[in-house]
Design a protein around this ligand. Structure first.
Ligand code: BEZ
Ligand code: FE
Length: 287
């Protein structure tokens, strides 16, 4: 077949993928072709605009390495990460809603005892986190692995700071009887997603800000259940309605309750104010 034009080229490309043996791959590439061709027909990019787009994607790829994933960041600010999350997590009642993993998770964070301090020596308003992990049907899950991490009072994760010997501000803890866990830390702050690359340029050009509201990340695993990846957002934080990556859900917002004086619930003395976060996490069964 020859003589392709703006009306017949889409079907020709899809037909060229016709012999793809894997039916799912065939669907993915055919529908991608159809949507991208429709996009081009609708917006009619000039050659300069097309080249700019190619240069943008090239820079996005060139910035990716072990520590930086600019393509996922692009997916995040376009709302695609949360959309992929949504279509993969249609949850039963009682299961906690999910949100983005983000780039700052680190495997094998220190495994701490319940009640330990996961941010020793860090400045910030102390935060006492108490959680319970249950199945969506209400059964408490003892022995669940709770992996948690968050920004410091200046809005940085340990992996972003060159002046720190980490890991710090991150830990794993196992749930005890009744599915309960507790950990001491400091209160996280809002922070900007990395904006020194092409994704930041896109935000600037479109007058969008790069900020995320203050949150603690949780990844919770237990055999027989889907691993839960979520955050709990501070109800007092800025940016809850304009999160740069569209990750906020009402059910994930909690008051980090401020107390004017100590001690904390486990008797730990505190000099000034401290905060208390309590949350119950529901896991979806794999069956
Ligand atoms: C985070 O919450 O750590 C995060 C999520 C998406 C993009 C950047 C950071
Ligand atoms: Fe985060």
């Amino acid at each position: 077949m020859r003589d392709f034009n703006e009306f017949n080229i889409t079907d020709a490309v899809i037909e060229r993928f016709g012999a793809t043996p894997n039916p799912r791959l065939k669907q993915l590439v055919s529908r991608l072709t159809a949507y991208l061709h429709d996009y081009v027909r609708e917006v009619e990019p000039s050659f300069e605009e097309w080249l700019l787009a190619v240069q943008f994607l090239t820079r996005t790829g060139q910035l990716c390495d072990e520590a930086r994933q600019e393509f996922i960041l692009l997916s995040d600010v376009l709302g695609i990460s949360m959309l992929v999350d949504a279509v993969n997590h249609r949850l039963p009642d009682g299961a906690t809603e999910t949100t983005v993993l983000g780039p700052f998770h680190v495997d094998n964070a220190p495994l701490l005892e319940n009640g330990a301090d996961m941010s020793p020596g860090m400045s910030g308003e102390p935060l006492y986190i108490e959680g319970q992990v249950i199945a969506a049907d209400g059964t408490p899950l003892e022995g669940a692995m709770v992996d948690l991490w968050h920004s410091d009072q200046d809005g940085f994760y340990d992996v972003q700071r060159t002046d720190l010997v980490g890991p710090i501000g991150r830990a794993r803890v196992r749930t005890e009887a009744g599915g309960k866990f507790r950990i001491r830390t400091i209160t996280p702050s809002p922070y900007p997603i990395p904006y020194d690359g092409p994704v930041g340029d896109l935000l600037t050009a479109t007058k969008r800000h790069p900020w995320r509201p203050a949150h603690v990340h949780f990844m919770i695993a237990h055999p027989g259940y889907e691993t839960l990846v979520t955050h709990v957002f501070d109800a007092d934080s800025d940016y809850l309605d304009s999160d740069a990556v569209f990750g906020v859900k009402n059910s994930l917002i909690r008051e980090y309750v401020r107390h004017e004086q100590g001690p904390m619930p486990d008797g730990t003395p505190v000099a000034g104010t401290w905060r208390h976060l309590q949350f119950q996490f529901g896991l979806k069964s794999r069956e």
